[in-house]
Write a protein that binds this ligand. Sequence first.
Ligand code: NAD
Length: 249
Amino acid sequence: MGRLDGKVAIVTGAGRGIGREIALTLAREGAAVVVADIDETNGSKVAEEINSVGGKAIFVRTDVTDYENVGKMVKRALDDFGGVDILVNNAAVWNIKLFKDSVPDDWMREIRINVIGVLNCIHNVLPHMMEKRSGRIVNIASDAGRVGEPWLTTYSGTKGYVISLTKALAKELGKYNITVNCVSPGVTKTPGAQKFIESVGEEKLAKAYPLRRLAEPKDIANAVLFFVLDESNYITGQILSVSGGYVVG
Ligand SMILES: NC(=O)c1ccc[n+]([C@@H]2O[C@H](COP(=O)([O-])OP(=O)(O)OC[C@H]3O[C@@H](n4cnc5c(N)ncnc54)[C@H](O)[C@@H]3O)[C@@H](O)[C@H]2O)c1
C-alpha cells in the first residue's frame, strides 16, 4: 500500500532532474502521475520508467507558458485518471548573467516559464480542486528567491514571486481545503545545473552549505512528498528550504 494510492499528481518539468525524481517518488507511493514536460523524449522516458515497474503514469507534452496547452494537459489528467489531487510546479529556467549584461529576451523567458507557467497551471487545476474541496499545490522555488543571488538576478526575482504567490494563495484557498507550499532548493545536482556546477567546482560550491554537500534530486523530492502526505494536511503557506542549512529559519 502506497501512501498516495488513489491520488493523481501533475508534475511539470518532470522529464529530467528534480521534476523526474518527484514524479518517480510520488508514483512509488501509488499516485498516478502526469509527466508534463515540453521535452517529448525525456518526458516519455520518465512515464515509461514508472509504468515499467508497475506504477501509473502518462506523458503529456506541455508548454507551461501556454494557458490553453496547460488546459489540455489538465483535461488529460481528468479524462485518463479521473481528477487532479496534487500539482507540483517544477518547470523553470535560469540565465547565469549579471543584470547589466542581460537582455529583455532573457528576462521574458524566465518570467514566462517560472512565473506565468506557474499561474497557468494553478489557474487550470483550481476549478477541479475547489469543486472537490481538496488539493495540494507544491511550488518549487529556490533559495535564490529567498536571499537573492548575484548572477541569478532576474531568476531570483521570479522565484521571489513564486514565494509570495505561495503565501497569498495559501490564505485565499484555505477555505477550500487546498494547501499551497513551497520547496526551496539550493544548488542541486541536475542536468540543468551541471554546467554551472562543473564551472565552479562541486567541492568549492559545497563549502557554502553547512552540511558541506550539494543537494541530490531525491532530497528535494522527499520534501515535496512530505507536503502532499495526509500527515501534513494542516500545513500551508510555508517555504521549506532544502539546502543543507544555506538558508535557516
Ligand atoms: N538544480 C538546481 O540547482 C536548482 C536550485 C534551486 C532551484 N531549482 C529549481 O528546481 C526546479 C527543477 O530544476 P532542475 O535543475 O531539475 O531543472 P532542469 O533544467 O534539469 O529540468 C527542467 C525541466 O523543465 C522542462 N521545461 C523547461 N521549459 C518548460 C516549459 N515551457 N514547459 C514545460 N516544461 C519545461 C525541461 O524540459 C526540463 O525537463 C526548477 O524550478 C528550478 O528553478 C533548481
